[in-house]
Ligand binder design. Structure first.
Ligand code: GLN
Length: 199
């Protein structure tokens, strides 16, 4: 059974844990760099990206998280977690971890639409639409060559995949539909199989 870590510096942890367990994974709460050694993939939840960044620095997790992502381990960033992964943030000089080739726009849906739910078509989960829960959500303004857009809403990209990186602007942990988490668990299983084939 694979173990998925959830970065637990801020944001919804319990809901992600429930969704991952329902998808057949073991869950490890990640609070320090040592915890990263025990996991096959990592979820970075929503919250407030600037606060999360501050806590990442405070707990000396910046370099370990970047190394984890760059070592080819799967990472799933949701909402603020997606902002942390992006190479570029619109209007800012630098990103945070800068591991996924995309430019994100924070709070991209405007104040009048602080939170909303919408039925999305997500590539890979097409059998039924997926309800995206958006809370002060960012969107993806542009993506690099190796990035696959997997969901859009009103011409804005709201979910994407680049190899072993998965990102979405919405909160997949806030619905009982666990297909996004199951998709990520499958990504990890497939990457583990590849690793075993090589070694
Ligand atoms: N607006 C938040 C940010 O910029 C993200 C919101 C969320 O994660 N729900 O970090």
């Amino acid at each position: 059974m694979i173990t998925v870590g959830i970065l637990a510096l801020q944001g919804a942890v319990r809901e992600h844990a429930k969704a991952l367990e329902a998808s057949g994974a073991k869950v490890k709460i990640v609070k320090c760099m040592e915890d990263l050694q025990e996991i096959d993939g990592l979820v970075m939840p929503g919250g407030e990206s600037t606060t999360m960044r501050r806590l990442i620095d405070k707990y000396e997790m910046f370099q370990p998280l970047q190394n984890f992502a760059e070592s080819g381990k799967p990472v799933f960033g949701t909402c603020a977690g997606m902002i942390l992964m992006a190479k570029e943030i619109s209007g800012q000089d630098h990103g945070h971890l800068e591991v996924m080739d995309m430019k994100v726009h924070r709070n991209g849906f405007g104040r009048q639409r602080e939170s909303f739910e919408v039925a999305l078509t997500v590539q890979g989960l097409e059998e039924e639409s997926y309800i995206g829960v958006f809370i002060r959500a960012p969107y993806i303004e542009s993506v690099g060559n190796g990035v696959e857009v997997i969901a859009s809403f009103q011409d804005k990209i709201v979910a994407a995949r680049q190899g072993l990186f998965l990102a979405c602007a919405f909160h997949p942990e806030l619905t009982d539909d666990h297909r996004m988490h199951a998709y990520f668990v499958k990504m990890i299983e497939e990457s583990n199989e590849q690793l075993h084939k090589i070694s």
